[in-house]
Design a protein around this ligand. Structure first.
Ligand code: GLN
Ligand code: ZN
Length: 763
């Protein structure tokens, strides 16, 4: 019999129970015990849902209070010195200090999980001396599942991916040392699973789909060969997000019992894998896309599975999602306001679980056993393909007429810089922020009331204008040089634009975790995109009218709007992106006409679109850069285009970032202690740049000296004339009581740098 399996279920709860519980715990509103109970309730619901749907292998260990990579660090006792951990079982206090920082120690670095918008806490390797099993979480959860009648399949991150995703912080330490220290711990973990009655363990090794070196390949062979000898538990090695590429034979021949592959992001590998699967090996086929919201084509999936059956036999075939479903929202059934035509094209995690069960039934009991469901599915798939809701001939025509001139500023940066300096007359080390100011409960209440119809448009606009005025006055008093309006009217930087564009649909509960307790509700791009009317101009014009200082217009860029949405899967990404770019271009030009001539176009997602295989990078970067330029290059030389990027590694795409030709970029660096700046040692970044000096993802308030240290580091590799002073990212998630002192310190630090600069000029 083929087996219905899952790789991971969303941990946030259908009603965002996890967010509510963790945030209440952080505010001391609930106790640690209450937090633990809330976690238990979510797990129970998820497990029973999967069990009742007919899933045979139910993951355990996919739940996390913050992040599953951080859970791995807790399990392995990989805790940086600065948290003063005493070596006993890791407490919630230590765990959350690592994630979010504490009074005495900044948080650990956070970065994007492969090419997704999920962020993980980067493991830090300072020494191997204290590594040991230090958390009982996963073992407790196995027991908990068993007591509910669930046969658990524990999931852990494999040693090579864990090490590969981490950073070594001690010069004497090598990856090899770490692996040597970790191997026995992994052996201990799986041995404990075995004694608990576990049949299969899922070991995630997504690193296998990346470009790894020969040494790592060898380490894979040795590690898994060795692990196999330590326990007779069945190991399912899970790969996802891409095809295995050059590692395909390596993966096929590792000494494990089963191999999971992603057939959605890696369709090219499927035939080869089926043909070359070693005898006796179980194949887990990721047939249901864990990263999108579209209904699967069940017939397609069944056909692929049948091909596999011919080589695996039914006893060695698992039906699975392509990857963990943490990237998909929880339950479509809750969406009572969604247009029924569009809703019929969709599936969230709960529905995807059903799809897995249906495909498995079709294999085991014949397609007739699911005849009704299959017919219904095929009808929906066919209807979506031809729906007139999707195709807009005007948009298609306009995108075809795009030419390279449209994606080029009139003059070079050197010329623009001079013109802009004369107009804006900004001091050296000019200060600005990234756009949003704290989203207070008043703001959220007003927006909610307006959405519900309890607050009229007029009163809502009035309330937002008051907010804007408050933010403008504050910034003037704080002596910030380039102001922002604060984005009070925006729920979210992508949703806001989606709501004003055609071709987007919205859910009420379609949340996915971005990091920790921060979730996003991506819009769904289902059709051709166009802009019926201006989206931000009135707010920005109003904000500019309040002050003599320059006001930045604030937009989200085309690449980010696309990647932070659920993307249609019926045309190339570049086509979708170009459509959005044209809509943003119109907005940029309208802002300029309205007298808002400093315009920031945020592109924090530019890197996460990067294909996993390096061979595919150039093609992606070419169209992504072109789309940004298409959106930003319709303006005069005197208009200053800013962009913003955050929370990923930018060093290896720095030349493409420069190719965006934004006049100014603000970029995250403070959490990684200005590691970004290494890139500038070899590469002279041409335009102006604000390396973030305030880590807004931590409640910690940086001192003036902290920020000056960072700015001095920046001055070592950048010219003083290039440097802007700004936080890492928007301030919407922080409270005013943190933001005010932090920005005060930031302005002081900028003034200090300015003074030193003037002195050096005079000397
Ligand atoms: N302008 C946005 C803000 O300030 C940028 C947010 C982001 O980069 N994620 O909130
Ligand atoms: Zn940001």
């Amino acid at each position: 019999m083929a087996v219905a399996t899952n790789l991971g279920f969303p941990r946030i709860g259908a009603k965002r129970e996890l967010k509510k519980a963790t945030e209440a715990y952080w505010k001391n509103q609930i106790s640690e015990t209450e937090l633990i109970i809330a976690g238990k309730a979510i797990r129970k619901e998820n497990w029973l849902l999967q069990k009742n749907a007919g899933i045979d292998h139910i993951p355990v260990g996919d739940f996390s209070f913050y992040d599953h990579v951080l859970d791995m660090s807790a399990l392995l006792g990989c805790v940086p010195e600065r948290y003063e951990w005493d070596g006993t079982a890791i407490t919630a206090e230590t765990y959350f200090a690592m994630a979010r920082g504490s009074k005495n120690a900044p948080a650990m670095e956070m970065t994007k999980w492969f090419n997704t918008n999920y962020h993980y806490i980067v493991p830090e390797f300072e020494s191997v001396d204290k590594l040991k099993i230090s958390s009982s979480k996963i073992f407790d959860e196995i027991q908990e599942a068993q007591s509910l009648g669930i046969a658990p399949r524990p999931v852990i991150l494999g040693p090579l991916s864990y090490i590969g995703l981490g950073k070594i912080k001690a010069s004497a330490l090598t990856k090899k040392d770490i692996l040597t220290a970790l191997k026995p711990l992994y052996a201990e973990i799986i041995a404990r699973f075995k004694t608990m009655g576990v049949e299969w363990v899922q070991i995630d090794e997504p690193l296998l789909v990346t470009d790894i070196c020969d040494e790592t390949r060898q380490a894979y062979r040795e590690t898994y060969g060795w692990l196999r000898a330590q326990s007779d538990i069945k190991i399912l090695l899970a790969t996802y997000f891409e095809d295995l590429g050059p590692n395909i034979d390596l993966a096929l021949n590792l000494d494990v019992d089963g191999l999971h592959i992603d057939t959605k992001r890696g369709p090219k590998q499927v035939d080869y894998i089926i043909e070359h699967l070693p005898k006796g090996r179980t194949l887990s086929l990721g047939l249901v896309d864990g990263r999108n919201i579209w209904r699967s084509d069940l017939q397609d999936a069944i056909d692929v599975a049948k091909k596999a059956l011919a080589s695996t036999g039914s006893s060695r075939l698992m039906i699975a999602p392509s990857c963990s479903m943490i990237h998909s929202p929880v339950d479509l059934d809750q969406e009572d306001k969604l247009d029924s035509e569009i809703k019929n094209w969709l599936a969230f995690a709960k529905q995807k679980i059903n799809e897995i069960a249906l495909i498995t039934s079709a294999l085991n009991e014949g397609e007739d056993s699911i005849a009704t469901e299959l017919a219904d599915n095929q009808k929906a798939i066919a209807e979506r393909k031809v729906s007139p809701r999707i195709h807009n001939p005007n948009v298609k025509q306009r995108t075809q007429k795009v030419n390279s001139e449209m994606a080029q500023r009139t003059s070079s940066f050197a010329t623009r810089e001079q013109i802009q300096a004369d107009i804006y007359k900004l001091p050296a080390f000019p200060t600005t922020t990234i756009g949003s100011f704290p989203q207070t409960s008043d703001i959220r209440a007003a927006r909610a009331a307006y959405k519900k119809g309890d607050l009229s448009r007029e009163r809502y606009v009035e309330a937002m204008k008051k907010e804007i005025e408050g933010v403008v006055r504050y910034q003037e008093a704080a002596d910030i040089d380039v102001l922002v309006h604060g984005e009070a009217e925006r729920n979210d930087m992508v949703e806001y634009f989606g709501e004003h564009l055609e071709g987007f649909a919205f859910t009420r509960f379609g949340w996915v975790q971005s990091y920790g307790s921060r979730y996003v509700k991506p819009p769904i791009i289902f059709g051709d995109v166009s802009r019926p009317k201006a989206m931000t101009v009135e707010w920005s014009r109003y904000a500019q009218s309040l002050t003599a200082r320059p006001m930045k217009g604030m937009l989200t860029g085309p690449v980010t709007i696309m990647f932070w949405s659920f993307i249609r899967d019926d045309q190339p990404l570049s086509d979708t992106c170009r459509q959005i770019a044209l809509a943003i271009r119109d907005e940029v030009c309208d802002l300029e006409t309205a007298g808002v001539t400093i315009i920031q176009i945020d592109e924090p997602a530019i890197r996460e679109g990067l294909p996993i295989h390096k061979d595919d990078w150039a093609a992606y970067l070419k169209w992504a850069v072109e789309c940004f330029k298409l959106s930003s290059c319709g303006v005069e030389d005197s208009t200053q285009i800013h962009t913003h990027m955050c929370y990923s590694e930018f060093n290896d795409i720095i030349e493409s970032i420069a190719a965006l030709d934004a006049d100014v970029i603000s970029i995250e660096t403070s959490r990684s202690q200005m590691e970004l700046l290494d890139a500038f040692a070899d590469y002279a970044y041409p335009n102006q740049i604000g390396p973030g000096v305030y880590d807004i993802h931590s409640p910690r308030i940086p001192s003036e000296e902290d920020m000056t240290t960072l700015l001095q580091k920046a001055s070592d590799v950048l010219k003083a004339e290039q440097i802007w002073v700004n936080p890492d990212c928007g301030l919407k998630t922080r409270g005013w009581e943190e933001v005010k002192p932090a920005l005060d310190n930031m302005v002081k630090s900028a003034k200090h740098m300015r003074l030193a600069y003037k002195k050096s000029q005079a000397a």
